[in-house]
Ligand binder design. Structure first.
Ligand code: B12
Length: 145
């Protein structure tokens, strides 16, 4: 979709989920991450799981950010994290997910537990941008050469 780096590998890989066509969430998150100082590879919306896995293996980002707002984020997100964590090379990569992950509009404790048990390091609710920003600010940057 869009990328903020020229030569250096990105510090953050940002992606929508396989079924999710929404784009402005991704644009907003990319701007937040760039404002902090990260270089971002934004894969865009409707990204198949195998493309996310391959991109992570190629680019080795310090942080992977998964965003979904269409209400299928829980099921799509589970599939994606299982595919990522199935690769030993990505076992230590920080992966977070957030947005409007289900349709009930409420923070669902069971859903968060299942997503973290499957391998996400953090699950952010729709409005938790301040907490997300704080986590991203603690993640190492890579200087663009
Ligand atoms: C525009 C829009 C569309 C457009 C998208 C066009 C495009 N190119 O992006 C179109 C018409 C294609 C569309 C389609 C659909 N949409 Co729509 N759409 C919207 C709408 C009106 C605005 C979304 C938007 O651009 N917001 C602006 C961005 C900047 O904000 P955001 O998306 O809220 O993202 C923020 C937060 O969610 C959060 N966030 C998101 N991800 C992450 C990740 C992390 C880590 C963190 C910390 C935070 C975070 O931070 C983001 C930035 O502030 C919303 C309603 C609304 N007012 O939000 C519905 C909405 C998202 N859509 C909805 C639905 C249901 C659909 C459809 C399923 C409808 C249908 N039956 O076909 C389809 C799904 C298509 C698909 N395959 O995904 C629902 C989702 C319901 C839910 N999750 O509970 C919403 C909420 C409408 C509603 N109230 O019912 N949609």
């Amino acid at each position: 979709m869009n990328s903020s780096y020229a030569d250096a590998a990105p510090s953050v890989l940002l992606t929508g989920t396989s079924s999710d066509a929404h784009t402005w969430n991704l644009v907003h998150l990319q701007l937040v991450l760039e404002e902090i100082g990260h270089t971002v590879e934004n894969l865009g919306p409707c990204v198949p799981e195998d493309l996310v896995v391959r991109s992570c293996l190629d680019l080795r980002p310090a942080l992977v950010v998964v965003s979904s707002v269409n209400g299928h984020g829980f099921t799509d997100g589970l599939r994606l994290i299982r595919a990522l964590r199935a690769r030993p090379e990505l076992a230590g990569t920080t992966v977070v997910i957030g947005g409007k992950l289900v349709t009930d509009g409420l923070r669902n404790v069971g859903m968060v537990r299942r997503l973290t048990a499957a391998g996400y390091d953090r699950v952010f609710d729709d409005g938790e941008l301040a907490a997300f920003r704080a986590l991203a600010a603690r993640t190492p940057y890579r200087a663009v050469s």
